[in-house]
Design a protein around this ligand. Structure first.
Ligand SMILES: Nc1ncnc2c1ncn2[C@@H]1O[C@H](COP(=O)(O)OP(=O)(O)OP(=O)(O)O)[C@@H](O)[C@H]1O
Ligand SMILES: O=P(O)(O)OC[C@H]1O[C@H](OP(=O)(O)OP(=O)(O)O)[C@H](O)[C@@H]1O
Ligand SMILES: [Mg+2]
Length: 280
């Protein structure tokens, strides 16, 4: 049975469980459940702290897990990203009190608070910056005001927590993170291929729509350039032999632009459907 680690709390947990449900797996109903066996799909889910998931997967105790890229790198374990999952996007940034810092060279000799000390130490070492790292569990934005640090390195999504604390980001982003499926490189436990295909199917269903339209035969090449699909659009004959029907997958974010452009070159009866599930 494939053994999968799933975040039990925090920003990753709800979206991770939703994605697994959408992929056809049973998920726990009660937040206190620690383990759930989905016998029909030969898979077992272990609900763990997101920070610990890299440790379990890195040690080989569990086969794969869902966590954040930042947490994986912070743990510095023997595990790799197998698939990016498209949620819990965030950026890891340096920040300081408004007006105090403009570039990272100014951090030399300073006290830096963070929850990601492994990640931060590596970043500083690679750039030859010597600073004191203060490891905190959370609410890192308050550390400067409370006097335990001069600057921080923390997760920023909308930036509102940072602003509320009177801090501003400076320097290049340290890391762009999102939720990832992790596993041990070179190992392919039984059932992993199915899990990967199912999760990829969810990503496709979320990121694409199905578009149908009718177009004059002589314009098919021009229209296909706008809707190339994943492999190639389906072109079907219509009763009126001058016209054809075209069906193609289109990135969801481009839907309205593509419809406008198709209409502009003469396509009609343009209809868009959502995709419920897919295997690519
Ligand atoms: N506001 C946020 N927006 C998006 N992703 C976030 C946010 N906060 C944390 N993350 C991401 O979630 C993961 C951290 O998981 P963790 O469980 O520590 O989240 P958390 O929401 O901070 O939980 P906790 O309530 O325990 O602090 C990291 O990958 C991080 O990049
Ligand atoms: O840019 P924003 O949209 O404001 O989000 C970023 C904040 O969200 C997370 O905090 P969380 O609520 O998890 O609290 P924590 O600091 O105690 O982990 C993160 O650590 C930042 O503080
Ligand atoms: Mg947090």
């Amino acid at each position: 049975m494939l053994r999968v680690a799933v975040p039990n709390k925090g920003s990753l947990s709800e979206s991770a469980a939703a994605m697994l449900s959408e992929a056809g797996y049973r998920q726990r109903r009660d937040n206190r459940e620690l383990v759930l066996v989905d016998a029909e799909n030969e898979i077992e889910f272990f609900y763990l702290r997101p920070r610990d998931i890299a440790v379990y997967v890195g040690s080989g105790t569990l086969d794969v897990g869902i966590t954040g890229r930042d947490l994986l790198l912070d743990a510095a374990v023997d595990a790799d990203e197998l698939l990016t999952l498209g949620f819990a996007g965030s950026t890891f940034h340096f920040a300081g009190p408004v007006g105090d810092f403009t570039e990272i060279s100014q951090l030399a000799g300073k006290r830096l608070a963070t929850s990601y000390d492994g990640l931060l130490r590596n970043y500083l070492a690679e750039r030859g910056i010597e600073a004191k790292v203060v490891r905190l569990d959370g609410a890192v934005e308050s550390s400067v005001r409370l006097g335990v640090a001069d600057a921080i390195a923390d997760v920023v999504e909308t930036g509102s927590t940072m602003r509320a604390a009177g801090m501003e980001i400076f320097g290049e982003p340290i890391l762009r993170s999102e939720a990832v499926l992790i596993g041990r490189s070179g190992e392919a436990p039984a059932g992993l291929d199915v899990l990967l295909r199912r999760l990829q199917g969810v990503l496709v269903a979320r990121q694409y729509v199905m578009m149908d339209y009718d177009i004059r035969k002589d314009l098919v090449e021009q229209a296909s350039a706008l809707t190339p699909g994943l492999e190639s659009p389906t072109v079907s004959p219509l009763r009126d032999s001058e016209w054809v029907a075209v069906r193609s997958m289109v990135p969801k974010k481009d839907t309205n632009r593509v419809m406008d452009e198709l209409y502009g070159i003469g396509a009609r009866a343009i209809v868009v459907f959502s995709i419920h599930a897919a295997r690519i």
